[in-house]
Design a protein around this ligand. Structure first.
Ligand code: SAM
Ligand code: SF4
Ligand code: SF4
Length: 361
């Protein structure tokens, strides 16, 4: 029977037969559209050592930008506790991100704490790769299983323009090599193409990924936040990319591996791996969205395009026990109705929203 239960902290938790929040009887928490919470993306910092123009344009994220202070961030102990509660509610996949997660001091210590959590099937991390030559072996040893590196161009001039950095592509390629050598596999590489900026890099990136033994995923340029100058004309649609790749190397679609998988996958017919496309703009997948996001200061965002988050750090620092924390998270998730990308496709996405570098990709 559907109904509401008032929790110790006064939050209302929606209870239906199949959304009973009690992990003991094995029933799952779902939101108002029937979507479970299974995948949690955790931002470890809002800082970054690059200034990709589509994510942290230097005019906004310059020397005067007020980044989060260290004491504002959830400590590793606080974070591990919050994540344990999420796992209890159904999360089995964790992705560490940012900002640039490798900038977070003592990161291997956190990885080791998370690797010890029961119920986590998968711990991954998304990085720009610059610090991997130094950190990859330690991360692997601490228990990190696999890594995703972002790389938007193979040509130095384009890379420098996109990432607004004096570094060369070689810095990222060295990071990919370090990840492969450390066994942080499978290594995935994310590329965001923007029309007229780096869309000419698609084939070069695909060819390089095939030669290197990494899985490339193109992500459609999204209107996350309000500072990256997004216009629809800059989006390179998935359908166009598929045709371009196909023209060079024959491919065929791969059936989705699991519910909530966001990349449409294609297999190269010559047997040399796969390529994926995350078509967030042209083929939204909100219907199966099982992802929650936690900002570095412990705010829970139920959508990448949300205007604000729910302050779990306050709950933790107010001394709530695990049951109360669990009820709070369950109340937030069970009230979730987000479907921003579908709304965009229907022509109706507007209003303020959080920056990608703040809540992580
Ligand atoms: N700094 C790390 C990195 O670049 O991999 C992790 C954080 S970054 C925000 C995570 C992912 O989001 C990257 O792959 C990046 O390319 C992607 N991203 C950032 N802004 C984006 C946008 N406007 N549209 C699509 N993807 C974006
Ligand atoms: Fe930094 Fe990653 Fe954003 Fe680029 S995409 S500015 S590397 S957080
Ligand atoms: Fe999920 Fe929001 Fe993205 Fe839709 S727009 S897939 S609800 S994060």
């Amino acid at each position: 029977m559907a109904g509401y239960r008032r929790t110790e902290r006064g939050a209302e938790v929606m209870m239906r037969d199949h959304v009973e929040v009690d992990g003991v009887d094995g029933q799952r928490l779902t939101d108002r559209l029937g979507r479970p919470v299974e995948d949690l993306r955790v931002s470890l910092t809002d800082r970054c050592n690059l200034r990709c123009r589509y994510c942290m344009p230097r005019e906004i994220f310059g020397p005067d930008h007020a980044f989060l202070e260290r004491e504002e961030l959830l400590s590793f102990e606080e974070l591990t506790r919050v994540l344990r509660v999420f796992v209890d509610l159904g999360v089995s996949k964790l992705r560490l991100t940012g900002g640039e997660p490798l900038l977070r001091r003592d990161l291997p210590d956190l990885i080791a704490m998370l690797a010890a959590l029961d119920g986590v099937d998968d711990i991954a991390l998304t990085t720009n790769g610059i610090l991997l030559p130094r950190l990859a072996p330690e991360l692997k040893e601490a228990g990190l299983e696999r890594i995703t590196v972002s790389l938007d161009a193979l040509d130095d001039e384009t890379f420098r323009a996109v990432a607004d950095t004096p570094l060369s592509v070689q810095a990222v390629l060295a990071g990919v090599d370090a990840a492969l050598a450390a066994g942080l596999t499978p290594v995935k590489v994310n590329a965001v193409l923007q029309r007229g900026v780096n869309d000419d890099q698609a084939e070069a990136l695909a060819g390089w990924a095939r030669d290197t033994g990494v899985t490339l995923r193109f992500i459609e340029f999204m209107d996350v936040g309000t500072t990256n100058g997004w216009v629809r004309d800059k989006v390179v649609p998935a359908a166009e990319l598929v045709e371009r790749i196909k023209a060079r190397w024959p491919i065929e679609p791969v059936a989705p591996g699991r519910t909530g998988e966001v990349a449409e996958r294609y297999r190269y017919l010559d047997g040399v791996g796969e390529v994926g496309i995350v078509a967030s703009v042209t083929r939204p997948f909100c219907r199966t969205c099982n992802r929650a996001r936690l900002s570095a200061i412990g705010e829970l965002y139920t959508c990448l395009f949300a205007a604000s988050g729910h302050d779990l750090r306050a709950v933790v620092r107010d001394g709530a026990d695990d049951a109360a924390l669990r009820d709070t998270i369950a109340a937030i998730w069970s009230a979730r109705t987000d479907r921003a990308s579908e709304l965009r496709a229907e022509g109706g996405l507007s209003g303020p929203r959080v920056e990608m570098s703040y809540i992580g990709g």
